[in-house]
Design a binder for this molecule. Structure first.
Ligand code: NAP
Ligand code: ZN
Length: 367
């Protein structure tokens, strides 16, 4: 048995995690850039908490709050300029995966002379600025991953960037901040966490350690599956989904994602479909495709999710989500060809897909 495990993030999980452990903000510095979206970090109470903690611990906040969903490198550039002009000592990502990912890139670039447009090719000899993360969605697990995902217009899709310096040094994970999520956002982001757990469990890079984490994430997801559909979102439900999301983030921190995410990124980039929802559309067909290679594991996933078979999973997701967007046949063919070039994700997929397989997944999921 040979495997690696590395997760350098100090994690505080639970109700009032930030209020209880806010002293750790000081480990990031006393003049901090907080990276947020335009509204939700204020609406969920997180910004109030940060202001109070700032007063208590003598931390000055510089705000960059213009991050939109599925950010591109222009958002990184804009935030980086603020970080440099204001000479911040550290960076805190506060919000969904989008602000967290922008915060990661800013922290890495602030100390290295790589322009944002060269992020993916850059060399980073210097350590990043101290980085913290506070998620307000239960989906991406970005608070414990070394990834940042951006819309890349020259490639006409999204792509993940990976660097050890993108692991947050500290993460405060408090279900309270997810209470304001709408039913739609709750479902979309929960499907992201599910796809991370599923892809990680079936990845060619799965290890005995990542398996433990993935099984627990799947178990929690299965326990809350019916409630997710019914819309009965109790505090216990929020806590379980957020923990499942962080666990699934720990899984992909080691396994990465697979071709399911590659396909999801096309739907997001070209049709504006939210990230987790896009993965959700492809989940049943993806499992159908990989099943011959990992029959027992697919069975374990279904059992953990309290489902009889893949047909029941497909019906459940159809009930959960609105109908998928229209994608012309020519576009599907183009996406299948594009996915073939994303060799990294293909090689980690339990069964190596050919063009015809990718087209089948696209066709059966989008009609
Ligand atoms: P998001 O794009 O960060 O935010 C989506 C929407 O949710 C925004 O309108 C946001 O509002 C709102 N929102 C966030 N928290 C809320 C709350 N507590 N209450 C009400 N509304 C709230 O969504 P996400 O699904 O968390 O992140 C998706 C991004 O993460 C994608 O770009 C995806 O590729 C990436 N991702 C990264 C990783 C990783 O490891 N780095 C893993 C998976 C996915 P505001 O705009 O006002 O904040
Ligand atoms: Zn994802």
């Amino acid at each position: 048995m040979i495997f690696r495990y590395y997760l350098p993030t100090r994690l505080f999980f639970g109700w009032d995690a930030l209020k209880r452990e806010g002293g750790y903000l000081k480990s990031l510095g006393s003049r901090l850039l907080v990276v947020m979206g335009p509204r939700s970090a204020r609406e969920c109470g997180l910004w109030d908490d940060l202001q109070n903690l700032g007063r208590r611990y003598g931390i000055e906040w510089i705000i960059y709050d213009r991050v939109r969903a599925n950010p591109d490198l222009a958002a990184v550039k804009e935030g980086l300029e603020v970080a440099k002009e204001e000479k911040v000592e550290g960076v805190l990502g506060a919000g969904g995966g989008s602000p967290l990912d922008v915060a990661k890139a800013i922290a890495l670039l602030a100390n290295n002379s790589v322009p944002p447009e060269n992020l993916y090719e850059g060399d980073f000899p210097n350590p990043p600025l101290p980085l913290g993360a506070i998620p307000t969605t239960a989906g991406t697990g970005s608070e414990v991953t070394p990834y940042a995902v951006f819309s890349l217009h020259h490639l006409k899709t999204k792509r993940g960037f990976a660097h050890e310096g993108c692991f947050p040094r500290v993460a405060w994970v408090d279900p309270r901040y997810t209470l304001t999520l709408s039913r739609e956002l709750t479902i979309d982001t929960a499907l992201d966490a599910l796809s991370h757990a599923v892809e990680g469990y079936l990845s060619r890079r799965a290890s005995p350690y990542s398996d433990i984490l993935a099984r627990e994430a799947l178990r929690l997801w299965g326990k809350r599956r019916e409630q997710l559909l019914e819309g009965d979102y109790t505090p216990e439900f929020r806590q379980d989904l957020l923990w499942a999301s962080t666990l699934a983030g720990m899984v992909i921190a080691h396994t990465r994602t697979t071709v399911l995410h590659t396909l999801g990124h096309y739907l997001t980039y070209h049709k504006g479909t939210p990230h987790g929802r896009a993965n959700g559309y492809f989940l049943a067909a993806y499992l159908e495709f990989v099943r011959p290679a990992v029959e027992a594991r697919v069975g374990e996933i279904l059992a953990a999710l309290r489902l009889r078979d893949l047909l029941e999973l497909r019906d459940f997701i159809r009930e959960l989500l609105p109908p998928p967007p229209m994608v012309e046949q020519g576009e599907r063919e183009k996406w299948a060809r594009m996915a073939l070039t994303h060799t990294h994700a293909l090689e980690l997929t339990a069964r190596l897909p050919q063009y015809r397989d990718l087209l089948n997944i696209l066709e059966s999921s989008l009609s």
